[in-house]
Design a protein around this ligand. Sequence first.
Ligand code: DON
Length: 306
Amino acid sequence: MTHNYAAILQDISDAIHQTDFTDARKVDYIPALASVPDDHFAMVLRTADGNELAIGQPDLPFSIQSISKVFALVLAQRAHGDDLWKAVRREPSGSAFNSLILLEQEHGIPRNPFINAGAIRVADLIASRYANPDRSVAEFLGQLCGNPGIRVDNDVYLSEDQHGDRNRAIAYLMKSFGKLDNPVEDVVRAYFKQCSVAMTAREMARAAFFLANKGVGIDGRTVITPEETSRINALMLTCGMYDGVGDFAFTVGIPAKSGVGGGIIGVIPGEFSVCVWSPRLDTRGNSAAGIKALEMLIRAIGRSVF
Ligand code: DON
């Protein structure tokens, strides 16, 4: 069934602008992100037949933060194959994205690649195999979205680096268990840089398209196999929204990945990729308006992946 996506996006945008999100707060532990105006909103949908629909501010760059973890995972999977799963597990954590508790109890092996511990280990695996680990995720995103100009925002990177004690603690804890191969500083630098990449919602919807399209990107080239694509989507569904993943599956019901910059990517395989961005976050670190917008989208089209 075809939908009038343009009308649906307009309704969503109207509803978002009429909703009070003042209880939701922007990320506060990365000071460089504090200057982003609170009420920005963008939503871009890229359909399987190649149409693109956008509303709000789809061409304004934002900090992609943890959304980068999906693309880093693809790079690590390419380089390490199934050995990757000896280094990180595939279970939801039920705790905050930057928690150290499970890591101590589980001997330095992260629950999944999307909590910070798992993403730092993935950055470590990338550092072992790629020539320029500080740039490999940004370059990969540039290829996927068709803009080779995708870059790390240096102010955000410096801010993350200066306020990176907790991520360093995570990395050192893994190192103490013998579960990190490269020096902590090299690994956290690459990790901070991938989180500090700036992209627009339009670019993000394009970059995520292969996840909705059996592993084939917007330029028709194969990024990963259909089977690998299903696996990444499964991980997004079970681990992509941190300790909000159960609620999100219940209310929205699509594979998705959020970042504390306020972006969320999501897909319905075979139908579309979507990126929504709005900086104010709920208590779990997910965009409050972004979740509402995705919920409205799924209601309007009458289906989720379930
Ligand atoms: O390492 C951090 O804490 C941030 N660079 C990324 C966290 C993030 O985006 C979690 N998302 N909800």
